[in-house]
Design a protein around this ligand. Structure first.
Ligand SMILES: [Zn+2]
Length: 410
């Protein structure tokens, strides 16, 4: 029964608040009338008159649709004390979660402007205001206000965390780095892995701009914090760019041995995605091709038992028009691994079609379609389930780092 009223109350939040204040005023009036020891009758009446007048104004604003002025009048209506302060914060929070950002901003701003509140209350209101801007998508104002909070008190974990999220969202890696370091000082969580990822992102943008010296510098910093997978992949790219082939081969082997599940990532990441002249890019591509040849020569049973490594091998063989070899390798692998993933089976069917093995295609495609999983994106986030074909070291949905998983693991 009561639940039926919730939507109505939400709709008429301001009206409910107004009625609430009226009741409080009337109650106060009656109480004071009975125990009017301290206040003279005249003084009491004048307060009530003033409050009633403000309330009347507020109601008029409400009727005329000027809700901002109405809120301001309500805030003036009652003296702020410890109890009512919490009511204002609650109301501001309600407006914000209701998506009525401007009203929330209006409430928090007028709280900040009050003279008779404590500094801790002012700080709290400032934080709420920053949250309003953040939720409303006013990024610049949110950043500015969060920074204002930190100017008053630097020991604010959630505020720093919000700044980290914003700067990572807008890919301002310098600032993202600064605030992540600040976060590691304030909190107990080790941020080294994440800082490494951020420095790799920074380093990557230098790579794209063909500023390889700066790229190397930031990458060294990244390794100083943590040798993350993305750092190792970028180091491999940089070795290829410099033409250090022996180094590149050692680094590739190290990567595959430590993170066989990331094999397909590694090869997908080896693109000459930097600004530069065509001959430079061609040279880079030739080196990538040479590294792929090196990989295809590897005959390490343990390494090749990993689905990701085998999938990479099959794809690279196909890329080099060695489909028959790809077919043989995959057939052998499928015999050893009785429950191959969908990704492997799809690759298998593609290969059968390419090699025109009609009878086998028919059998394979039929059994594959019978068990096909609904979602066929290559990757997903293990934290929130976000789906994507792109490689994401930071999940675009839940903002966690290195939560990416491969579809064939489920
Ligand atoms: Zn996620």
């Amino acid at each position: 029964m009561l639940q039926a009223f919730y939507p109505w109350i939400q709709e008429h939040l301001l009206a409910v608040f107004a009625v609430g204040i009226t009741l409080v005023l009337v109650y106060q009036y009656i109480i004071e009338k009975e125990s009017g020891v301290k206040l003279s009758k005249r003084y009491r009446n004048s307060i009530f008159e003033a409050q009633s007048k403000i309330f009347l104004n507020a109601t008029q604003y409400l009727i005329s649709g000027n809700k901002d002025l109405a809120i301001r009048e309500f805030l003036n209506a009652v003296d702020i004390n410890r109890e009512t302060i919490d009511t204002y914060f609650a109301l501001g929070g309600l407006f914000r979660s209701n998506g009525e950002i401007e009203k929330a901003i209006s409430i928090h701003r007028s709280l900040i402007a009050r003279e008779n509140i404590s500094e801790s209350t002012r700080l709290r209101a400032l934080k709420e205001l920053a949250n309003d801007f953040d939720k409303g998508g006013f990024i610049d104002k949110a950043i500015e206000t969060y920074k204002d909070v930190l100017k008053i008190n630097r020991d604010q974990y959630e505020v720093i965390q919000s700044l980290c999220r914003i700067f990572e969202d807008i890919e301002d890696w310098d600032q993202a780095y600064n605030y992540r370091v600040m976060l590691s000082k304030v909190g107990y969580e080790n941020q080294a892995e994440t800082i490494s990822h951020i420095l790799v992102q920074k380093s990557k943008s230098s790579f794209e701009k063909a500023d390889f010296a700066k790229c190397q510098e930031d990458l060294d910093d990244a390794f100083r914090f943590a040798p993350s997978v993305s750092a190792k992949i970028l180091r491999l790219k940089l070795s290829l760019q410099k033409g250090e082939m022996e180094q590149a081969e050692i680094q590739l082997m190290e990567l595959l041995k430590e993170h066989p599940m990331y094999a397909t990532f590694i090869f997908e990441s080896l693109k000459g995605d930097f600004r530069g002249a065509e001959p430079d890019k061609d040279l880079f591509q030739k080196r990538v091709s040479a590294l792929k040849d090196f990989f295809l020569e590897i005959n390490d049973d343990e390494l090749l038992s990993s689905p990701s490594v085998m999938l990479s091998k099959v794809r690279l063989l196909k890329e080099k028009s060695r489909s028959e070899e790809a077919y043989n390798a995959l057939e052998a692998w499928m015999k050893q691994n009785k429950n191959p993933s969908e990704a492997m089976r799809i690759e298998h069917v593609k290969l059968l079609i390419e090699l025109n093995k009609k009878d086998e295609v028919l059998v394979e495609a039929k059994s594959l379609l019978e068990n096909l999983h609904q979602t066929l994106t290559k990757h997903y986030c293990r934290n929130c389930g976000f789906n994507s074909d792109d490689i994401f070291w930071r999940c675009p949905q839940c903002h966690e780092w290195e939560t990416i998983q491969f579809r064939w693991k489920v």
